[in-house]
Write a protein that binds this ligand. Sequence first.
Ligand code: 3H9
Length: 702
Amino acid sequence: MTDAVRYSREGAIGLIEVVNPPVNALGQAVRAGISAAIRQGIADPDAKVLVIYGEGRTFMAGADIREFGKPPMPPILGEVINEIEACPKPTVAAIHGTALGGGLETALGCRFRVALKGSKVGLPEVKLGIIPGAGGTQRLPRVAGVANALEMITSGRHVPVEEALTLGIVDAVVDGTDVKAAGIAFARRVVDEGLDAPAVRDRDDKLAAARADRSIFEETRRKLARSMRGRMSPQKAVDAVEAAVDLAIDQGLKRERELITECMESSQRAGLVHAFFGEREVAKVPGMSKDVPVRPVKKAAVIGAGTMGGGIAMCFANAGIPVTVVETSQEALDRGLGRVRNNYDISARRGRYTPEQVDGLMALFTPALDLAAVAEADIVIEAVFESMDVKKEVFRKLDAVAKPGAVLATNTSYLDVDEIAAVTSRPADVLGMHFFSPANVMKLLEVVRGAKTADDALKTALEIGRKLGKVAVVAGVCDGFIGNRMLKTYKTQMDYVMEDGALPQEIDAAITGFGFPMGLYAMGDLAGLDIGYMTRRREDATRPADARYVAIADRLYELGRLGQKTGAGWYRYEDGRTPIPDPEVEAIILEESGKKGINRRAFGADEILTRALCALVNEGAKVLAEGIALRPVDIDMVWLFGYGFPAYEGGPMFWADRRGLDKVLADIRGFADHDPKSWQPAPLLVELAEAGRTFKEWSDAR
Ligand code: 3H9
């Protein structure tokens, strides 16, 4: 046996304990250990029943994801589970925490499953670009029925064990916190009451409905083609469950193995696993000691009750943190909190909250008209109008009233955080917390570290981000930080492509074809064309006189085409939200190209996409070299969680590494031949491409 699995006995109960912190992942040592322990249990003459459970905070949370992409190390999990299932003595899985993926598959290899109240089970493999590969697609339908199994496997949902009990996935749900005791108690019932159950492989009754009416498979495939557009593994999961219905179990298991192998080798798996670890990695700030304390945050304050301020305040309330919301007029305050209430009421109508829960959430808000009301807040987030003068004024006042040690954050999306910090007597407490709109929905939070921001203030902001359910990424100070700075370069290139020959719908189709949920211009219509217009007017003063300037968006703005809210922008809208290409826009584009004497040419989707991605990667390389982003993975997570970059592509820097930086550079050089001014290859990209290295290798070596 290995150290990762222990065998012991209490009376007639053989105990197999998995000890592989933090989540008892089923790495090679655990697999070998379980296999050995099962054999030991079989050989132990005094053991009548065997109980498998996990030490620490959880049952097994699945296969060890770190082993993906490496040569398989025997024994493979499917074989170990077959061994459990073939065990001549009854086996009991005692579940606490989460039994996910290979964890649930292991439990399904047992004759019985008992779970502590509050724990969860699920097969979340599709979220990693694979399918359950150790029998989950064959055994789950046999206990839960085909429809339930398809829903669970294709969504990856973590199912509360109380629900799993009604679905037939677990046999008992018990109170208590001691999983070993719960396992032993259940095992005693097996001995004393002679409880018996067939092996899951021998159960066929729940497959009958889908055998009689197979329409569920096509229907599920059709739905997934829409809801999981571009994703390979959910479709493969349907194939695997269908095999459970069509084939004898051993053939079904074989088919499942073939299908997971295809998924394992796919680039989607690589991208999604990068996203899984990336989401966790960004929380760790290189160079920051573990000993840096987090300041306690019991109360928060948000200055400004506009769309952004209201959304940020909702994040705190949702996390159970009381929040004071400050505005300058009663009217603005009423309007802001009215919008918040309305948002909660909508969620309540959709069944997310009861009316009492909404009242409870609203009770966490304290409206205020005087900035002095923030005096007790441990963190204050300013979300006022995006103007340096206005923000400085707020921070001067904040400095006078906020309590010592409070973290003072600005929600600016591009302004210089150091300049704002400098008007206070405590720049070490000042940083940026850039939420994305709608703030209560979007998962990205850029935490902007100023030159003088203290480590503990930064760590506190990251920790708060985590509590609010965000993916918090550290960024340095520059215009637009990580995300908006890269967005600007990419958008500029797309504007050039439009002026040189493509239409908005062609550009958007290339982008959504890659997997973004929305096109760049449809997104602009959603945000409102007034936002970009204001930004461009702000930039007028600093834009070099000889810079190429595309005025198409200005023309639309001047016509009152502000996007969805006015029924027209880059597209026109008949139902308020479906973009319809508009000949009027095309005429304006042709006119603007004509004014500059541009001989418009056709752009294929591939060229558009390559230009878009190369623009992102080139700017990303500059962002990295300047230290604005700490690692390439930080850029990737910004783009996944803030801008809809398809998770299965991993993010722009991951995409570039996989494509090969030499190829990316060659493309950029090709574009530069025609437009050297806007396509200057980033020095870091050139250095790495010429050395045959990747962004990740460069980052890991630092
Ligand atoms: C599978 O099972 C395939 C099989 O069907 C077929 C095989 C043939 N492996 O999330 P946390 C690490 S696919 C390796 O912060 P929480 C994680 O990176 C698998 N490492 O904790 C982190 O490391 P660090 C199906 C893993 O309490 C640490 O553990 N299973 C794994 O917020 C703590 O994680 C899944 O997809 C793993 N499987 O959440 C479940 N899981 O401290 C994936 C976690 O160095 N896991 N780590 O940053 C989860 O969803 C969450 O981790 C869980 C706990 C809900 C369990």
